[in-house]
Design a protein around this ligand. Structure first.
Ligand code: FAD
Length: 470
């Protein structure tokens, strides 16, 4: 047995060092794209225990893979196949450390499930606005490590914008207490920003101080049938102008994506699915009253219909109807999985260039990969598309992926690059895109990233091969 196992047991207790039995829940990623083999899964219960684990692994030269809820979509939180890496699971560190109502901040441990963080805020009559379909199982540590986006970025920003301070265990096994609740602090480099979005390659996030917001008096949801992506972009512009900061969600869904929801989940209500090339889901959060929110929303949608930006629209009458509309949007990924294998792209572009990007790239794909079906949907308000390519209807899915994935990726990413976009909007790089990144990131940026990695993790202890390949 590797002698480090005994040290890990001494650090966290034997019950929390797993080496036998089915470790699949920690070794396999959510999409089942990668199954590794862990030397052990270690589940510390405190920051001091995390630091002890890091020191033991550093001394033994054993790599660590931090893991939260294991819902990441780029294979960044599972070990490789070597059987030499230790999974450091933060799941037991799920305490709420404190809420400061006047300062509008909440301090939680990294293993807190996102939904529990939302609930802690709600119990105090406040709002923590980060929201995504994996919120019942992803952790705030994972959200920070991937700088997750979700459905309210258009108003509140990514996880990065929602964090004021971090507690981190460094590669040297030291604890950096950066749990500041300050909104202004210009005392040199903003270190927390390095750890946010670093996907576990620079240190282990053990706790965070998060921003809270007043809860809106009412949040209303609407669905509009939209004739083209150009009109969807113009509708977004109009929604910004009419609703101001009330616009908290603006999602776009292509007709084929919605047809898959209708096909695989026929019990769901999907408005105008067969009539319109695009559906748009809007959310308006209002600090005055529901009546005010409704009047504003109706004014916006009437103007949109008059200007030909929408051909039909409906405002949800109540919370249950609003939840149904959101459920239809959030079911696209599952419907897509039911339909068969597909090639996913989580890309971002300047919003103004999205219609031209889609027009050109759709045409290119139709020529180069005949029969491929586009499942295009995403957070249009943030310029973020999930531009996914589904195998042709009669194709053998695994063969399609084997033969076409690299080609399709290159075609789509070259287009994204040409239009000034990013090959990863919100899911990160992980292991899945580490080899692709150098083709699309400037050499100057890559060399600064390597310098940061070298400075903070000179022994390549954390998540080797992730984000920066080789
Ligand atoms: P994990 O999957 O466990 O880890 C993700 C990465 O973070 C890994 O590299 C890991 O090493 C690192 N990490 C985890 N915890 C720590 C820590 N404490 N310290 C340092 N590093 C750490 N993402 C979006 O941005 N927007 C969406 O709308 C969205 N929707 C999703 C919907 C579904 C159904 C699913 C399955 C995923 C979705 N995601 C979305 C992906 C999203 O990135 C993750 O769900 C979430 O942010 C990851 O949290 P996690 O706790 O599961 O992290």
């Amino acid at each position: 047995m590797n002698p480090v196992i005994e040290q890990l047991r001494a650090a966290v207790g034997a019950a929390h060092v797993l080496t036998e039995g089915d470790l699949g829940a920690w070794e396999e990623d959510w999409r089942k794209r990668m199954r590794g083999k862990a030397l052990a899964v270690v589940r510390p219960g405190s920051t001091a225990e995390v630091a002890a684990v890091v020191r033991a692994c550093a001394a033994a030269g054993v790599a660590l893979v931090p893991q939260g809820g294991n819902t990441g979509l780029v294979c960044g939180g599972v070990p490789d196949a070597s059987g030499t890496q230790v999974v450091l699971s933060l799941q037991r560190m799920n305490a709420v450390r404190g809420l400061d109502r006047e300062n509008l901040t909440l301090t939680v441990e990294a293993g807190c499930i996102l939904q529990s963080v939302q609930q802690a805020a709600e119990q105090a009559g406040l709002l923590f606005p980060l929201s995504l379909a994996a919120e019942g199982s992803c952790t705030i540590g994972g959200n920070l490590a991937t700088n997750a986006g979700g459905t309210q970025v258009v108003r509140y920003g990514n996880t990065r914008e929602l964090c004021l301070g971090l507690e981190v265990v460094t590669a040297g096994g030291e604890v950096w207490d950066g749990l500041s609740g300050l909104r202004k602090d210009n005392t040199g480099y903003d270190l927390r920003q390095l750890f946010i979005g670093s996907e576990g390659t620079l240190g282990v996030i053990t706790a965070a101080t998060l921003k809270l917001f007043p809860r809106p008096a009412a949040s209303l949801t609407a669905w509009a049938a939209v004739p083209s992506l150009e009109q969807a972009v113009r509708l977004l512009e109009l929604a910004h102008a009419r609703l101001g900061p009330g616009l908290t969600g603006f999602e776009v869904m292509g007709q084929f994506a919605l047809s898959l929801v209708v096909k695989h989940f026929p019990q769901q209500r999907v408005p105008f699915a067969s009539e319109s090339p695009w559906g748009v889901l809007l959310e308006n959060s209002d600090h005055e009253s529901e009546a005010h929110a409704r009047a504003q929303f109706e004014g916006l949608l009437e103007a949109a219909l008059e200007q030909g930006l929408a051909t039909d629209a409906v405002v949800a009458e109540n919370l249950a109807q609003a939840a149904q509309l959101w459920h239809a949007r959030e079911s696209i990924s599952m419907a897509q999985a039911q339909e068969g294998l597909n090639i996913k792209h989580d890309v971002s572009l300047p919003i103004s260039r999205i219609p031209a990007f889609c027009r050109e790239t759709d045409d290119l794909l139709a020529r180069e990969v005949p029969g491929a079906r586009l499942v295009n949907f995403g957070h249009l308000g943030d310029g973020n598309l999930h531009y996914n390519v589904q195998a042709p209807a009669d194709a053998d899915g695994p063969a399609f992926l084997r033969e076409q994935e690299d080609r399709v990726n290159q075609l789509v990413y070259d287009q994204v690059h040409r239009f000034g976009g990013s090959i990863s909007a919100e899911h990160g790089i992980g292991a899945l895109k580490a080899g692709t990144l150098p083709g699309y990131k400037s050499p100057v940026a890559l060399s600064m990233m390597r310098a940061v990695k070298q400075a903070l993790d000179p022994g390549n202890l954390f998540n080797p091969g992730r984000v920066l390949a080789g």
